[in-house]
Design a protein around this ligand. Structure first.
Ligand code: NAG
Ligand code: NAG
Length: 334
């Protein structure tokens, strides 16, 4: 009997609770919605504040700066051809990047660089280099005009990292620094801004036939297997491998066809590492007119190179990946 009372009491109690719970829940929902709204506004304000002055990140930025200064920088390896205004513009830009150690200009024109050009660039580099840190400027003058010149071994290079770049593309310094950080965490591989991909061709019945695909294909599939050397970091040892260990037939081929030295470099590094390159997200400013990639028949030529190099290497060394490195500081949310 007593037990029944208890259960009745408990019943009413839980009923009363349930009624209260209903009100409570209403109250809580309204409150939490407001709380959520407030949090979002506060977070937005916080984000804006951080973006404008970054006072809270002050210490972490200072620490990052210290770490960077205690380590070695990179060498800018710039390929140029008779476009002095572009050369001046891009050298002047990169000279202001804080982790730049030296600039090597790959010169393949019949005439050596003029004294006035040299003087101008030296002055610019001296003026732009940050807080007294000295940037070395050198012209690597070549007798013959070959695309292989851009990967010629440089014996007295002070840094391990080489940033290979064409004279008509500019990246903001913080983007270059970020790519350099990525490279430092994977110094064996190639780290760059311009991804490309190859696809096996099955339809025509030929075994091991590949096609080269450009930006659209990478965008569509989210997959890539090369990054182009017109904007990429790699270890200096690959310069000597390219010059001394690459089959001579491949180097002759790129000289003769005036194309595909960048694919050859991708093959070389993939063959040495059995690993894919790393694509870094970055804003590109193209300051010149578009290069050979806009000329008709470009893709067919590149496809021909890929298959030619597969034959020379005896296998397809390129490795697929879909990873993209993004600077988390520039992401809005997470
Ligand atoms: C924080 O930033 C200010 C101004 O940007 C600077 O003067 C100060 O030295 C920084 N503090 C640290 C710890 O780096
Ligand atoms: C490709 O890699 C293999 C194995 O590491 C090596 O023996 C060969 O020399 C490499 N080929 C080229 C062209 O570097």
């Amino acid at each position: 009997m007593g037990g029944g009372d208890v259960s009745k009491e408990m019943g009413t109690c839980s009923l009363a609770y349930r009624r209260g719970d209903h009100k409570l829940r209403k109250f809580v929902t309204a409150r939490s919605a407001k709380f959520l709204l407030l949090s979002i506004i506060a977070f937005a304000l916080l984000t804006l504040a951080c973006r404008s002055s970054r006072p809270w990140f002050n210490t972490s930025i200072a620490v990052a700066d210290q770490i960077s200064r205690s380590r070695k920088g990179y060498t800018l390896l710039m390929n140029t051809w008779k476009r002095y205004d572009l050369l001046k513009k891009s050298v002047s830009h990169y000279a202001s990047c804080s982790r730049l150690d030296s600039i090597h200009i790959v010169w393949s024109e019949p005439n050596p660089p003029s004294e006035s050009l040299k003087k101008y660039l030296e002055k610019v580099v001296k003026k732009k280099a940050r807080d007294g840190h000295e940037v070395e400027l050198r012209f690597d003058v070549n007798r013959e005009d070959s695309l292989n010149n851009r990967f010629k071994e440089i014996r007295d290079l002070k840094t391990d990292a080489v940033f290979s770049i064409d004279d008509d593309i500019i990246f903001p310094c913080h983007t270059v620094d970020f790519a350099f950080n990525v490279w430092e965490s994977a110094p064996e591989t190639m780290v760059g801004f311009v991804p490309r991909v190859h696809w096996p061709e099955q339809s025509n019945g030929k075994a091991d036939y590949y096609t080269y695909s450009g930006w659209w294909s990478v965008w569509w599939s989210g997959t890539y297997s090369m990054v182009l050397s017109k904007a990429a970091f790699f270890h200096k040892k690959y310069l000597s491998l390219y010059t001394n260990n690459m089959p001579a037939s491949i180097r002759e081929f790129t000289t003769k066809n005036r194309n595909c030295e960048d694919i050859a470099m991708s093959f070389l590094i993939a063959n040495a590492t059995n690993a894919p390159p790393i694509w870094v997200k970055g804003k590109i400013y193209e300051i010149g007119s578009t290069g050979i990639s806009s000329i008709g028949g470009h893709t067919e030529k590149r496809t021909h190179c890929v298959n030619r190099f597969v034959a020379e290497f005896g296998r397809m060394p390129l490795v697929y990946t879909s990873m993209k490195a993004v600077d988390s500081r520039s992401l809005w949310f997470w």
